[in-house]
Design a protein around this ligand. Sequence first.
Ligand code: SF4
Length: 345
Amino acid sequence: MSTTRSIRTVDDLIAAGLSDGAGLDAVAQKYAIAITPTVAALIDPNNPNDPMARQFVPDPRELVTTQEEREDPIGDLSHSPVTGIVHRYPDRVLLKAVHVCPVYCRFCFRREMVGPQGLGTLTPTELDAAMNYIGAHEDIWEVILTGGDPLVLSARRLTEILQRFTSMPHVRIVRFHTRVPVVEPERVDEEMVAALKASGKTTYLAVHANHPRELTGDASAALARLADAGITLISQSVLLRGVNDNVKTLAELMKGFVENRVKPYYLHHPDLAPGTSHFRLSIAEGQALVAALRGRISGLAQPTYILDLPGGHGKVEIGANAIVGADGRYTLRDWQGVEHRYPPE
Ligand code: SF4
């Protein structure tokens, strides 16, 4: 489907032939919609199970919230000392300058915070406070710009923000979490690439993609521009029912990353975000897929299978370390050695 501007409403979806709109008005009131022309072109409107449609076209099942789902599934708010900062581990912080994205993923773990009705963009005063916090904490070695998608900011704005790190010698690494190189690759132009390096720090960029079809020729070119500029690329994917929950798709995706100089990093177990149960697999299914990948593709292409513990307790590798309790729940140890039950009781 070819469009020249992003799809943002139910009427846009109907006009683009991507949905009949049934049951979607209530979904649209609750959760933002955005599909860029690049993504719209990847959706097969004749396939009701299309993995691209499933990621981006809203679905009435999003109104079904299960008991275990929660508005802040990975506990950002419980680790937020000032607005826009999440300080979960001693040596790194998230800086969430903006809560807008070029696309709104239907499984998003921050779906209650992003979008036009979300937490918005930091005001100049809030940004100052966030920067002061980073500057005052010399144990912060790495700043991760996430959100929202930091690459929706203009090159000029990003440069202004990033140059503030030059006076913070303890900050050594700046990392971006973004979907832009894949969903809006034309934004990754010369100016944007220069802006991403404006901190003068070692720069990493984690690109989020979940299906090999997302790695189009334009996406490859955008990733090449970043890699050629000396930005180290890593991947983030979410394991999603009906999108990539088979070995063939996962293998193609991970090999595609490696071919584009993106080192596979995290394969996330889907978080307990509201209205996303139709995307969730069991941990046992995920472990079987990850084990099958081991035998099938190069070690270079292996991601780490990870669960963000509900409540803000951080990430746990679940490839092999999980212990199944007698009642079928998992007991997982966080980075501080504290045990948690999953799903939570
Ligand atoms: S790009 Fe990231 S933050 Fe934005 S909707 Fe998708 S998963 Fe959520």
